[in-house]
Each structure stands twice: as structure tokens, then as C-alpha cells.
Design a protein around this ligand. Structure first.
Ligand code: GAL
Length: 670
């Protein structure tokens, strides 16, 4: 398998939109910007297959050779992201159908039904042709399959999807009785006698069966994964040495990233934080989540050099913001930074999306100049490539829980990503670094595991946590966790059924708060405001660390700790502001003598963000200053500043700036 040896830096490149003269000018500009990697042919279908019987690779042959001659590595897409008009015209029923029964038409992109055999066959045929022609071209370093699956189409209600759903359910449950039991169909007289009676969860009078909705979410992710697998297999028939990936979308709800990642050699995501938000924690955490899918370095496959075109107000990235946020990804395990897109389109829906080469004169563009400066700086980061991110703790993350938690007929203001993001903000402030783990993963290597708002989890996960804590692990969970199984059926006997024993408590009743309502809790002599949620907690063996201090729940435990075997299980029965949550986390960390990997390198604590990646015989410390003032860092041993190219023992990190310090394990200098 071809191995990455340098930081990738580049962009989506859509030269079908340009003349050969412009493309030749691009080669010069790419050199200037330090570009060494481009993704091509993502939207190339109609250019290389202008009609059913013609494949025309002349332009792509020329382009691939040109990029190769210019030392630009190629991420070659199979070109299936936007089916051509002739295909849709011939087979209109390959198009997705809305919940109101309307078939979508050609004229945008990603216009295919997730179960369409026509789309699958033609996408496979195109993939074969592309692979046959280019599998041994030395310029190709990656296969880019399709583009952002389910970005636009994450439901389809056509008859074909309905019968495929019935078939998928039959494969899953085997008997209709098993499905009836899993779907709790005795409720509202919903029982089925035959698979053909089952509908997709389309328009219904009121709340739909939640287990049916949950299976539909699994089905959509699975059908799209099938498409990926079909496209990949068509290429793999010709190509063994080039890694496979598709560009994921970080915190995107409709693709179960952990499942998909098993089919990829490299994981990547497209990162579009809103520049108006100085600290976009959801995107910051998506870096860790994407890396965690394979516990290996990942790639930022797309980001905007400045503004996007698809928000109501498309804020521009300020000077330095693109660089700092790119380093945020690198500091958390990325081995490459790519933009959407290289050259700003003249026409089409994305002409006002920023690009490295703008509509105006590139030499006069701040964005182009910053992209050049950053691209050339990345050449110093050779030592970063392939290094392992070191995590201090694990956060349990499950797409299926996300789906289940946010189904109808429950507290609808409780949003998984919002809660995770607040936790992540608290942990980031403490510089406690995290991996995300799937519930089925081995957690025994982590000394601290957090399962935020894990509403739905299997009984085997509950057992795993009991064993983990028994053996000395530290576990933290919070409100509305451990409530239902994978079929959205409540664990009976008092909430949170799955974690009751390990937490040593029972929750009798929930007390959600409306927006204007807040309560208080007292914790270690401090008073914190509660948000969104309170509940009636009864202690079995647990100890209360904080109590609700309200008229309706006076003196009721709010935060608890329970010794279980050799470990401790903690519970927080309300939503806290990140700063308050950080105080609770600090106590857990101190009481259990938990350590951070970065303590080996720096003295004391700092508002600068500190992370560590380890190579074979060296460690890299990333210091990112997101604040508005300079901060002094004192190192515990001598290191080498990769960006300044000097040895250091003490250094200043300027506001919005970055330092990367290399510590050799074998000698005390570079
Ligand atoms: C991504 C997509 C790109 C481009 C970009 C604009 O979602 O993959 O093709 O549309 O958004 O922000």
C-alpha cells in the first residue's frame, strides 16, 4: 500500500471548468502555494462519459500527466458524485423521492436514490473504467470514492426503497415475530403479520414507531455504505496499492462513521466552521472524532480558505484564522490540509464560495498570500506525518445513540452534539485530550471513560462498564444515559437501568427545565446554575458531591460518586456551563490522580491548548494559542521549535499563534 511521506497540502481541483491555458497557470500558482496534493474528477462524470457508450479520457490523461510532472500528488475520484443528465433522462426512477411523493429531477448534484440498481451499476461501470485506465499511474496516491455520501440525500420514500427496507428488516430479524417484539408493536396495535405490510417511516398521523425510525436511520447508512462498497470493489479489481477513502463530514448524522471507517484505509472529513465563532468546538471535536474512527492520522479533505457560500451570512475567515484552525486539526492528528476549492468558479451555484485562487488577481489577494505562506510553512512538518495522537481519556460516541436520543416524543431540546460540545469545551480548557470510542471498542487502555448522554446502549456495554470500573477504571456519565436498549425499549426497574448498579443510584423522575428556568446546585462550596434538566436522584450506595438547591428539589443529590470494585463511577444529573463542568472534572481528575500525557513536557497549567503526538523516537508538543494575549510556556526539558528552527527551554506563544516543539527520546537536541 502506498504510504504517505509528507504533509498533504492542496485542494479540490475542478479543471473541467477551465481552459488549458488557465490550467497551465494553475500549475505555476500551485508551486507558489506549496501545493503537493489535489483531488480531481469528483464531479467529472459527464466529462469522461459524455453518453452511454463513450468514454473519453483525453482531458484526464493530459491533466494527470501534467500534475505528475509538476510533482503534485493526485487523489483521483471515480467521478460518481453527480450522475449525468443522459442517465437520469433514460432512467428517471433512479432519482430519490421526497416524503410527499415527489421525484427529484436533474440539475443539482447527489441525485440518486440510495437503493437504485441503475445508479449502482453505472457508478460501478464508471469506477471500473477509471481504475482500469489509471491504477498504475505513479501520480495517483489515493482513491476518492464519490463525495460526501448523504450530504443532501438522507431519505428516500420510493417503492424500491420500501421493498428494500422490508428485505433488510427480514435479513436483520429473520422472523416477523422478532421484529414485532423489537419494535414494541403491541403499542397502538401496530403488529405486522407479513413483511410486505411494513412501510417506510413516511407521512403518518402522529408520532411514528421510534424503533422503526431507528431502523430506517440504520438502513440509510447501510444502503449508502453498500454503494461505497460497490464502487470500491469495482476499483479494487484493478488496484491493490492505492489507499481508499471517501470524504466524511465529521459530525454528520446520517453516516455511521465507525462502521464506514472499517471500509477505508484513510479517514478524512470536510471542515466548515463558522468564522464568526472564535472557538468552534463542534468542529474541533470532529477532528478528534474523525481521527478516532481508525485511531490513526486523518486528513482535512476540504475546508474553506475563507467564506463559504451557503450560510445566511457567509463570514470571511480573519487574517490568521485559517492557519490557526488548520493547526488545530494537525495538533489533533491530521496529516493534511486541503481546501474547497483551488480556483473560484466563474459560474454555477458555488461561485461565491472562497477559493485559494479568487475571482480577482491572486497576487493581490490576502487569501492567496496566506495560503502560500501556510503551504510553504507546512514543508517544515515532515516529522509530524504518521505520528500518533496521545489521548488522556475516552469519550463514548455512538451514531445510533445520536439517532435514538433525538427521535420524537422525548425532551426535544436535548441535543447530543450540543451536550458533547459543552463537555469538549470543558475538557479542552483543562487540556485533557480525548479519543472517541465506539461502545463495542476495547476501553481497558483508558484510565478515564466518559459516556455523555448515552441514552441508548446495549446490555453488553453496561456489563463492560461494570467490569471496567471494577478493575479500577474511572467512569463518568450524566442525565438521560443508560435509559433504553438498541430497540428504544426502557431498561425497567428505575433509571438509568443500564448504569444503576455501577452508579449506585436510582433516578425516580425527570425534571426538565424550560429555557427561562434555571436552578442551582452547590458543589465544593461553590454555586452552579443548572440548565435544561434536573431530576430526582435517590442514593443507593453512591455519595452526593452536590445537591439541587431549588424549591422543587430541595437537597436532592445532583452529582454523585460511587466506589465500585477498585474504581469510581460518577454521575451528573443536570446540564452545567462548561466552566462549571470543568470544576467538577478537575475534582474527579485530582481525586483519582489522573495524569495528562503533556505533563511530561510543560510546567504548570496554561490557557494555551497543549496536545501531543508521538513518533518512533520523538514526541511533538503542539502549543496553540487561541487567546488574545501572549503566554509564556516553561518546558521541563529542552526541545526544538519546528517552526522557529531553534532549540528552546522556555518560549512565548503569541496570541492566535502556534508552536510545535520536538523532543527527541534519544538526545536532548534536534
Ligand atoms: C462540500 C462539498 C464540496 C463543496 C463544499 C462547499 O460539502 O463536498 O463539493 O460543495 O462543500 O462548501
Amino acid at each position: 500500500m502506498k504510504k504517505q511521506t509528507q504533509m498533504y497540502y492542496g485542494a479540490d481541483y475542478n479543471p473541467e471548468q477551465w481552459s488549458k491555458e488557465v490550467i497551465l497557470e494553475d500549475m505555476v500558482l500551485m508551486k507558489e502555494a506549496g501545493v503537493n496534493y489535489v483531488s480531481i474528477n469528483i464531479f467529472g462524470w459527464v466529462s469522461i462519459q459524455p453518453n452511454e457508450t463513450t468514454f473519453d479520457f483525453d482531458f484526464l490523461d493530459w491533466l494527470i500527466d501534467l500534475l505528475y510532472k509538476n510533482d503534485i500528488m493526485i487523489d483521483l475520484a471515480n467521478g460518481t458524485a453527480s450522475p449525468p443528465a443522459w442517465l437520469v433522462h433514460k432512467y428517471p426512477d433512479m432519482m430519490p423521492m421526497t416524503v410527499h411523493g415527489n421525484r427529484l429531477v436533474h440539475g443539482s448534484r447527489q441525485h440518486y436514490c440510495p437503493t437504485s440498481d441503475v445508479y449502482r451499476q453505472y457508478a460501478a461501470a464508471l469506477s471500473s473504467e477509471v481504475a482500469k485506465r489509471y491504477h498504475d499511474h505513479p501520480g495517483i496516491v489515493m482513491w476518492h470514492i464519490n463525495n460526501e455520501y448523504t450530504c443532501h440525500i438522507h431519505e428516500c420514500y420510493c417503492d424500491r426503497c420500501r421493498s428494500r427496507f422490508q428485505q433488510w428488516l427480514k435479513e436483520k430479524y429473520q422472523t416477523i415475530a422478532t421484529l414485532n417484539s423489537a419494535w414494541s408493536t403491541t403499542f397502538w396495535s401496530q403488529s405486522y403479520g407479513d413483511w410486505h405490510e411494513i412501510y417506510l417511516p413516511e407521512e403518518m398521523p402522529t408520532f411514528k414507531n421510534p424503533a422503526q425510525q431507528l431502523d430506517y436511520a440504520r438502513f440509510i447508512s447501510a444502503m449508502n455504505l453498500e454503494i461505497y462498497q460497490i464502487e470500491k470493489a469495482a476499483i479494487a479489481a484493478y488496484s491493490k496499492e492505492i489507499p481508499f477513502m471517501t470524504n466524511l463530514m465529521g459530525l454528520h448524522k446520517y453516516v455511521d462513521g465507525f462502521k464506514w471507517a472499517t471500509e477505508m484505509d484513510v479517514v478524512s472529513w470536510n471542515s466548515y466552521p463558522n468564522p464568526f465563532n472564535e472557538m468552534p468546538y463542534p468542529q474541533f471535536l470532529a477532528n478528534d472524532l474523525t481521527r478516532s474512527l481508525k485511531k490513526k492520522p486523518f486528513l482535512i479533505m476540504e475546508q474553506a480558505p475563507s467564506a463559504v457560500n451557503w450560510r445566511a451570512v457567509n463570514g470571511a475567515k480573519k487574517a490568521g484564522q485559517m492557519r490557526l484552525w488548520s493547526y488545530e486539526a494537525i495538533a489533533h492528528g491530521s496529516d493534511g490540509i486541503m481546501f474547497f476549492q483551488w480556483r473560484q468558479s466563474k459560474g454555477g451555484a458555488e461561485k461565491f464560495h472562497s477559493a485559494v485562487v479568487p475571482h480577482g488577481e491572486p497576487k493581490e489577494s490576502r487569501v492567496f498570500k496566506e495560503s502560500c505562506q501556510f503551504g510553504n510553512e507546512l514543508k517544515k512538518l515532515q516529522a509530524v506525518v504518521g505520528t500518533t495522537f496521545i489521548a488522556d481519556a475516552a469519550i463514548v460516541f455512538d451514531w445510533e445513540n445520536w439517532w435514538a436520543l433525538e427521535l420524537d416524543a422525548k425532551p426535544r431540546k436535548l441535543k447530543y452534539i450540543h451536550q458533547l460540545s459543552r463537555l469538549y469545551e470543558a475538557l479542552s480548557g483543562l487540556n485533557l485530550t480525548v479519543d472517541f470510542v465506539h461502545p463495542d471498542e476495547d476501553i481497558s487502555g483508558y484510565s478515564f471513560v466518559i459516556a455523555p448522554n448515552l441514552y441508548s446502549a446495549s446490555s453488553s456495554f453496561g456489563k463492560k462498564i461494570e467490569e471496567y470500573v471494577t478493575r479500577g477504571g474511572i467512569f463518568l456519565t450524566n442525565f438521560f444515559s443508560g435509559i433504553v436498549n438498541e430497540h428504544d425499549q426502557v431498561y425497567l426497574g428505575g433509571y438509568p437501568g443500564l448504569f444503576k448498579d455501577v452508579l449506585g443510584l436510582t433516578v425516580e423522575e425527570f425534571y426538565p427545565l424550560k429555557d427561562s428556568m434555571h436552578g442551582q446546585i452547590s458543589f465544593d462550596g461553590q454555586t452552579f446554575t443548572t440548565h435544561l434538566w434536573e431530576e430526582v436522584i435517590h442514593l443507593d450506595h453512591a455519595t452526593a458531591l452536590a445537591h439541587f438547591n431549588n424549591d422543587h428539589l430541595p437537597g436532592v443529590p445532583a452529582i454523585t460518586s460511587n466506589q465500585y470494585g477498585d474504581g469510581y463511577a460518577y454521575y451528573i444529573g443536570t446540564e452545567l456551563a462548561p466552566a462549571d463542568l470543568a470544576i467538577v472534572l478537575t475534582k474527579i481528575i485530582q481525586d483519582n490522580d489522573l495524569h495528562k500525557a503533556t505533563e511530561e513536557f510543560i510546567e504548570g497549567t496554561t490557557p494555551v491548548s497543549v496536545t501531543c503526538r508521538k513518533g518512533k523516537d520523538y514526541s511533538l508538543l503542539f502549543l496553540l494559542n487561541h487567546t488574545d494575549s501572549t503566554h509564556q510556556i516553561v518546558l521541563k526539558k529542552k526541545g526544538y521549535s519546528i517552526l522557529d528552527e531553534t532549540n528552546v527551554t522556555e518560549l512565548e506563544v503569541d496570541a492566535k499563534n502556534v508552536q510545535i516543539i520536538k523532543f527527541s527520546h534519544t538526545s536532548d537536541h534536534k
